[in-house]
Design a protein around this ligand. Structure first.
Ligand code: GLY
Length: 238
């Protein structure tokens, strides 16, 4: 029987080596197709990190939902190694767990991982070797926003968009502060073509949500798909 909780969702990431764990950060995932959390659910239309939702309840999340889960697993003989995240909800300022995931989240990874200043390979190796206690995680305090570019029609029928040219990504690639992650893109002769529903994500960063939003949407404005076939949410980070 579900609790039918109402509130704001968050994702909270940690990495464990079976004995100890370190917090990687938080994010909010924007799952629905349209602004204002309207429309059908998708594989996600964007993310922001850190998540404003977890402000003031981080300690409770870490104690009640993260540490307790690892302790519980160890009691059952499970020495979990790897990335782990709580898909949670804050209802009346209390965090509740909706699900645990034994992996990164997409597109949360795109906004959480770049804040890590350590070499990620060293961190993963320490998780494998049971030596996370020897590593101090260093994270910057920037805000990152990821906006997903999708084919118009997604998550319904977007077959008409497949094969259409995506223009402007070449220009975005030249902006040093912006990162692009390909998803459903086909590259032919150095040109980009739509090849799926969720096509790519663009990540912008700044000292706060306003700055990160400005950066990412300036970049997104450069991109188009012939026939006005690019769809993206305009409210990521809000
Ligand atoms: N963004 C949610 C997930 O990766 O499942």
């Amino acid at each position: 029987i579900e609790d039918a909780l109402e509130g704001r969702e968050f994702s909270y990431f940690a990495i464990s080596d079976g004995k100890t764990h370190k917090i990687l950060g938080s994010a909010k995932d924007y799952k629905t197709l349209f602004d204002g959390d309207n429309g059908p659910n998708t594989g996600s239309m964007g993310s922001v990190s850190p998540s404003g939702t977890v402000k003031g309840i981080e300690e409770k999340i870490e104690n009640d939902l993260v540490s307790r889960a690892f302790d519980g697993m160890r009691k059952e003989g499970i020495f979990y190694k790897g990335v782990f995240y709580v898909g949670g909800i804050s209802a009346e300022s209390k965090p509740f767990c909706i699900e645990y995931n034994a992996r990164w989240g997409d597109p949360e990874c795109q906004v959480v991982l770049p804040s890590l200043q350590n070499d990620y390979v060293d961190v993963v190796q320490a998780s494998i070797d049971g030596k996370l206690n020897k590593i101090d995680l260093i994270q910057d305090d920037l805000t990152r926003i990821c906006v997903v570019g999708a084919a118009r029609g997604y998550p319904g029928n977007y077959l008409d968009v497949i094969g259409k040219r995506i223009s402007g990504l070449e220009d975005v690639l030249k902006i040093p502060e912006i990162k692009i992650y390909g998803a459903g893109i086909k590259v032919e002769g150095g040109k980009f073509y739509a090849n799926s529903g969720r096509l790519f994500s663009i990540v912008g960063k700044g000292r706060n949500v306003l700055e990160a939003r400005e950066k990412v949407y300036e970049a997104m404005k450069l991109v188009s798909i012939e026939g006005n076939n690019l769809h993206y949410r305009k409210d990521i980070g809000i």
